[in-house]
Design a protein around this ligand. Sequence first.
Ligand code: XIL
Length: 380
Amino acid sequence: MVHIYRLLYALFVLILFTLFGCKEHDKKLTSEKELPSKPIGLKQNYKDDFFIGAAVNDALIEKRDSLGLELLKTEFNSITPENIMKWMHIHPGKGVYDFSLPDAYVDLGERYQLFTVGHTLVWHSQLAEWVTEVKDSTELKEVMEDHINTIVGRYKGKIDSWDVVNEALKEDGSLRESVFYELAGEKYLEWAFELAAEADPEAQLTYNDYNLTNPEKRAGAISIVKQLKDKGLKIDVVGMQGHWNLKGPSLEEIEESILAYHKAGVKVAITELDITVLPYPWDLEGAEVSQNFEGSEFMNPYPESLPDSVQRELADRYQSIFKLFLKHKDKIDRVTFWGINDGSSWLNGWPIKNRTNYPLLFDRSYRPKDAYKSVLALKN
Ligand code: XIL
């Protein structure tokens, strides 16, 4: 009798083993199969091509945006501060500096081992009010010396690349009449680059601007590069901001520009990439840019979600742009998105307030969009 029980028990164990043992084996096989054959994440996939960066806002720097931080860790290997290093924030009064957030930003870069960008030293916009009261070129030079020595000196060896001068050009390629230009003429460009190179000889130095694919403005940027190089000054990169849309600039214009900057002896970085899917006021025939479009349904066509057809169009546009970047990866140092995800993009508030835009690779819930997949697909 006891034998029969033993036999039954042994049978029972055998059945269990066969059932669950096999399951376990199957499970292993499936999960092995499911493992991606290629590395995941943008930064891993593009690691042999160029840095993949993102602009980071206060919430991210102060670690209040945990989902954003997660994405930063897995997808990106470079950061740019969206606002906190701009003159009005970092140097709000003459000789008065506020380094609290910039220090936290640089810490973030060090902790996550990111290629860390400084944005930006000399720019007419988001400037501190007091700088507009500078009287003459002598005082301007002193102010610039203090500004650049203090900031670049503080982060020597920690900021890998500086946007030394931002948006110095007008659309026709001539220099903008900023407070810097009014007081010192084109000399201020030389001062800025010379001071930055002295304060941190190892840092990469960039001239950064928008619409740099337009032939006239491109010629202007190239003449800045020439002017600096002729004076024996260091300029390493032209930063094409890359605030683009679904149609323009054309791939030909982007390619011609990459080639032209390369020929001028600098690297190219795409420093502020985003692709708006919303109409611009200046695209409308006869529209006054200053007109108030806030609340206009026509100007804010997708307040709830992006239609599939536009989602696809955005994905295709991103894919063709990245295909071009890959073709010229030997000339391109970095591609930085202007924000982590759609919800935090400045394009929800500019040039018209309170719109719902979809310009980046991650949606409002931090999920990858079709555009993300189309950019990754180029590497798989
Ligand atoms: C933008 C920021 O994204 C906004 O938050 C801010 O209100 C205005 O500036 N060119 C630049 C960036 O060089 O610094 C700008 O950033 C976008 C245009």
